[in-house]
Design a protein around this ligand. Structure first.
Ligand SMILES: [Zn+2]
Length: 65
Protein backbone atom coordinates (compact mmCIF):
# COMPACT_ATOMS: atom_id res chain seq x y z
CA UNK A 1 0.00 0.00 0.00
CA UNK A 2 1.43 3.41 -0.97
CA UNK A 3 2.29 5.73 1.87
CA UNK A 4 3.75 8.85 0.37
CA UNK A 5 2.57 11.27 -2.30
CA UNK A 6 4.67 11.00 -5.50
CA UNK A 7 4.24 14.75 -6.09
CA UNK A 8 5.24 16.20 -2.73
CA UNK A 9 6.29 13.29 -0.51
CA UNK A 10 3.45 14.03 1.90
CA UNK A 11 1.53 11.41 3.82
CA UNK A 12 -1.23 9.62 1.95
CA UNK A 13 -4.48 8.66 3.62
CA UNK A 14 -6.64 5.84 2.35
CA UNK A 15 -10.08 7.24 1.52
CA UNK A 16 -12.03 4.55 -0.23
CA UNK A 17 -11.84 1.65 -2.57
CA UNK A 18 -13.60 1.19 -5.83
CA UNK A 19 -14.63 -1.67 -8.02
CA UNK A 20 -17.47 -2.93 -10.08
CA UNK A 21 -20.63 -4.71 -9.15
CA UNK A 22 -20.43 -8.35 -10.05
CA UNK A 23 -23.76 -9.56 -8.69
CA UNK A 24 -26.32 -8.96 -6.00
CA UNK A 25 -25.83 -10.76 -2.70
CA UNK A 26 -29.39 -11.76 -1.81
CA UNK A 27 -28.42 -13.02 1.62
CA UNK A 28 -26.94 -9.72 2.81
CA UNK A 29 -29.07 -7.66 0.41
CA UNK A 30 -26.11 -5.70 -0.89
CA UNK A 31 -24.03 -5.66 -4.05
CA UNK A 32 -20.95 -7.81 -4.32
CA UNK A 33 -18.20 -5.45 -5.37
CA UNK A 34 -15.07 -6.79 -6.96
CA UNK A 35 -12.17 -4.77 -5.57
CA UNK A 36 -10.28 -3.06 -8.38
CA UNK A 37 -8.29 -0.36 -6.66
CA UNK A 38 -7.95 2.13 -3.84
CA UNK A 39 -8.27 5.91 -3.55
CA UNK A 40 -5.86 8.00 -1.51
CA UNK A 41 -5.68 11.63 -0.53
CA UNK A 42 -2.51 13.59 0.16
CA UNK A 43 -2.52 15.05 3.65
CA UNK A 44 -0.20 17.91 2.75
CA UNK A 45 -2.39 21.03 2.92
CA UNK A 46 -0.43 22.65 0.10
CA UNK A 47 -0.85 19.68 -2.19
CA UNK A 48 -4.13 17.83 -1.49
CA UNK A 49 -3.88 15.73 -4.63
CA UNK A 50 -5.94 12.61 -5.01
CA UNK A 51 -4.45 9.36 -6.23
CA UNK A 52 -5.71 5.95 -7.04
CA UNK A 53 -4.33 2.54 -7.76
CA UNK A 54 -5.74 -0.02 -10.14
CA UNK A 55 -4.91 -3.60 -9.27
CA UNK A 56 -1.19 -3.77 -8.66
CA UNK A 57 -0.45 -0.69 -10.75
CA UNK A 58 1.42 2.38 -9.56
CA UNK A 59 -0.33 5.43 -8.19
CA UNK A 60 -2.15 7.50 -10.76
CA UNK A 61 -3.21 11.04 -10.17
CA UNK A 62 -6.88 11.89 -9.81
CA UNK A 63 -9.98 9.87 -9.14
CA UNK A 64 -10.73 6.73 -11.13
CA UNK A 65 -13.19 7.19 -13.98
ZN1 LIG B 1 1.05 15.60 -2.17
Amino acid sequence: MPETCPACGGELKWVDYFGRWTKWNQFFNEPVIEHEGDIFECQNQECLLCWHTLGDSELKQGYPC
